[in-house]
Design a protein around this ligand. Structure first.
Ligand code: AHM
Ligand code: MG
Length: 329
């Protein structure tokens, strides 16, 4: 259920009342405000990128083996800087950066109590063609008993205490999820202020959409082919090619997204720590589900930060339907 009558509530105010001073979430307001501030900066660079000559690749290849776009690199630098300035983040893991960034002195400071794992710009192939893209963040409490190291970030997604994503689309929205609460805020481009536009979001009862890259059909196992056939029955296919935008549409309108393993992407295409875990967390808080076809993704023990995973995410009934078909094939 959503409500759109609360636009006088700003994200800043919301975070202050929900998180500041709370036992579990104190400091989270600084982390979310850092994301909002970074998103505002980035939004303008995305809108003006073509005019400012900021589109196209940097000429580098990232740790994922993918071509780095200028805006990938700008977004990564922007959010790392914002998290450092927030003074509440100890370490950032990023899809674009090989090793996590540990902020100076955060090891000694009690105040640096959060860890963020992010895909700073999701949907890179859509940057140059004026199609929706986004940013994805999983937020974790730092384990005080453990020394901060890249290995200390290898925790199951169920341990996230929140997740945030931003979609730079026909308007810019920022969705915040903490335990059982999913709220959407829309940016006023004039000043970067985000206003609450949908409160207490949960998946609707209808499921009009399924999202999948049909071009991979010949590489799927039979169970996936059959599961997609079943989804096709009475539903429209919507596939943007930016996971975060596909996910957001399915959350608001109802549906499911799949990027499973195939003979080319043998471990799936999407990243466990930067994409599947944060969006999986949002999905579950909104009454949906997330699976790799066999297991709840949030229970997977990661073995490395940049690992990929097959992803089935969205409406719980549809996720379960796909799992059932895969298992029985
Ligand atoms: P990236 O842009 O962060 O590398 O993300 C990967 C993207 C997802 O946003 C999207 O769902 C998927 O890759 C699209 O892949 P494909 O072009 O194979 O359909
Ligand atoms: Mg991505």
């Amino acid at each position: 259920m959503t409500s759109s009558s609360s636009s006088h509530i700003t994200l800043t105010k919301f975070c202050e009342t929900q998180y500041k001073g709370s036992d579990t979430y104190d400091g989270l307001e600084a982390v979310i405000n850092a994301i909002a501030s970074g998103a505002y900066e980035l939004e303008s660079q995305i809108r003006n990128g073509n005019l400012l000559g900021m589109l196209g690749s940097t000429g580098d290849i990232n740790i994922q083996g993918e071509i780095v776009q200028q805006l990938d690199s700008i977004s990564s630098d922007t959010f790392v800087r914002k998290f450092q300035d927030s003074m509440h983040v100890a370490m950032v893991g990023c899809e674009e950066i090989e090793h996590p960034v540990l902020f100076e002195n955060s090891d000694q400071s009690d105040q640096h109590d959060y860890i963020v794992l992010m895909d700073p710009l999701d949907g890179s192939s859509n940057i140059d063609v004026a199609v929706s893209i986004g940013s994805i963040f999983g937020i974790w409490k730092r384990q005080n008993s453990k020394t901060l190291s890249p290995e200390s970030l290898l925790r199951p997604g169920a341990e996230q205490i929140g997740a945030v994503y931003v979609v730079y689309g026909s308007c810019t929205v920022l969705v915040v999820a903490t335990q059982d609460k999913v709220n959407e805020f829309t940016m006023n481009p004039a000043n970067g202020e985000f206003h609450l536009t949908s409160a207490d979001i949960s998946y609707p009862n209808k499921t009009p959409y399924y999202s999948v890259n049909d071009g991979n059909t010949a590489r799927w196992i039979n169970g996936i082919v059959q599961a997609v056939d079943e989804l096709r029955d009475g539903r429209s296919q919507r596939y943007i090619g930016s996971l975060v935008a596909d996910f957001h549409r399915n959350l608001i309108k109802g549906g499911v997204f799949l990027y499973t393993a195939d003979t080319k992407n043998t471990d799936g295409r999407l990243r466990l720590m930067y994409e599947a875990n944060p969006l999986g967390y949002v999905s579950v808080q909104a009454g949906g589900a997330v699976s790799d076809g066999m297991n709840n993704i949030l229970e997977i023990q990661p073995v490395e930060l940049h690992q990929r995973v097959p992803l089935i995410i969205g409406d719980k009934g549809l996720v379960n339907q796909v799992i059932k078909t895969i298992k029985s094939s």
